[in-house]
Design a protein around this ligand. Structure first.
Ligand SMILES: Nc1nc2c(c(=O)[nH]1)N[C@H]1C(S)=C(S)[C@@H](COP(=O)(O)OP(=O)(O)OC[C@H]3O[C@@H](n4cnc5c(N)ncnc54)[C@H](O)[C@@H]3O)O[C@H]1N2
Ligand code: MOO
Length: 393
């Protein structure tokens, strides 16, 4: 069996950034640029006031000076009148400055009577002017390698770029398999349970910025699985859950193999998640997740998310953080164990406590957990107070 680290390299080798497409900026949040954005103008395009007050030529900026207010500059409407000595121009925030080399005095710092203003005896040294180009200049490039945030969108908009080139979103076909499964909301037969994995995976796929297509549940027959894989054709990624292990009814690998799966690996030394499989199938990549809901979720967090990130054009490998063990844990065993755990806020490092039951079928504990405590394979018992690594959930 390969290790988690080897499996991550192998699944990442199966995928690449998807081709680019052009989208309006309004639709670009969460997408990753495929080429740099270039500012189409300089911002701010002119020296402008950062305050409401009076614009005064530097030569007239003297303690106690009495100046005559002539004209006004507002945001969107500059002052175009003559400039003479001893003059002040009423100015508002965002308005273009009448000329270079002036100073804006805050209105609360002057005394205004009729058309004259008197400057204070003690002058502030700030000019309250935002110089042309202080934010960015025409031709400046912006090329973040992460999903565009609201702040990124704001900057691109200010650069007067209304459309951007981004990597296409991966289309993910999600296929739950098992005779025992019925859709949420349906009435299960006496030996049946509700299929939860499909909705878990769809939520994770969409949260990662990809497009989820939930296929109908496939039954544990070769015919049903063949029909399901046929329906999944065209997806960038086919995600299956269940039927990955060694039982007589675990047919996902058998049918995928007969339909051309070039398997990269099957089974990894990971708990939960041992029967994970991956490979290439026609135009698609197949990630075959175990059926146990916790196993499927943990495998998706560790492998699916980085795969989707790479297809979307960025890098998002799981990055372990450090915490202090709140209670002792036993030896890890022969597979790297991702224990469902609870974080307890503390400084400088949080404390972490593994749940007593680590059964990979327990969704209740999974929902309560906010971290996966990483126990490297072969690691011995650890006592309270030791520093360990975890992944936030
Ligand atoms: N003899 C062995 N048996 C098992 C092994 C093994 O190595 N030797 N591995 C165990 C491990 S580890 C896992 S994990 C499971 C995974 O098996 P499968 O991927 O084949 O999953 P299924 O058998 O189809 O289902 C397992 C479990 O999960 C429930 N399930 C399945 N799909 C869903 C769904 N969409 N929503 C909710 N629950 C689901 C299913 O009813 C089963 O209870 O194999 C072990 N066995
Ligand atoms: O992967 Mo299974 O027990 O590891 O749930």
């Amino acid at each position: 069996m390969i290790t988690v680290e080897e499996a991550l390299e192998k699944v990442l080798d199966l995928v690449a950034p998807l081709p680019a497409e052009t989208v309006p900026l309004r639709r670009a949040a969460g997408r990753v640029l495929s080429r740099a954005v270039t500012a189409r103008l300089t911002q701010p395009p002119f020296d402008n006031s950062s305050m409401d007050g009076y614009w005064i030529a530097a030569a007239d900026h003297r303690p106690g000076a009495v100046l005559r207010v002539e004209g006004e500059a507002a945001a969107g409407r500059r002052y175009t009148g003559p400039l003479v000595a001893g003059q002040a121009v009423r100015i508002f925030t965002g308005a273009p400055c009448p000329a270079p080399g002036g100073i804006v005095v805050l209105q609360e710092n002057v005394t205004r009577v009729g058309d004259s203003v008197t400057l204070p005896e003690v002058l502030a040294d700030k000019d309250n002017i935002r110089p042309r180009g202080q934010d960015f200049a025409e031709g400046d490039r912006f090329f973040p390698r992460h999903p565009l945030s609201a702040r990124d969108i704001g900057l691109i908009a200010a650069m007067n770029v209304a459309e951007v080139s981004v990597h296409r979103r991966p289309v993910v076909a999600i296929l739950s398999t098992g005779d025992e499964l019925v859709e949420p909301g349906d009435t299960p037969g006496p030996d049946q349970i509700i299929a939860s994995n499909g909705l878990i995976l769809a939520a994770m796929v969409e949260a990662a910025g990809a497009e989820a297509h939930l296929l109908p549940i496939a039954r544990d027959t070769e015919d049903s699985l063949r029909a399901a894989f046929t329906a999944a054709r065209g997806a960038d990624l086919i995600l299956t859950s269940g039927g990955a292990s060694v039982g007589d009814h675990d047919l996902v690998g058998v049918v995928a193999g007969a339909m051309g799966l070039e398997r990269s690996f099957w089974k990894i030394s990971m708990r939960p998640g041992k029967p994970l499989m991956a490979g290439r199938m026609g135009q698609s990549v197949l990630l075959g997740l175990p059926g146990n809901p916790v196993s499927a979720t943990v495998c998706a967090a560790l492998f699916l998310r980085p795969m989707l990130a790479r297809m979307l054009g960025h890098d998002a490998r799981p990055e372990p953080l450090r915490a202090v063990l709140a209670a002792a844990v036993g030896p890890a065993g022969p597979r790297t164990h991702y224990m469902r755990a609870r974080l307890i806020p503390a400084s400088p490092l949080p404390r972490i406590e593994a749940f007593e039951s680590q059964d990979s079928a327990r969704l209740g504990i999974l929902a309560e957990a906010d971290a996966l405590l990483i126990r490297p394979l072969g690691d011995g018992p650890r006592s309270a107070g030791e520093i360990v690594e975890y992944l936030p959930l």
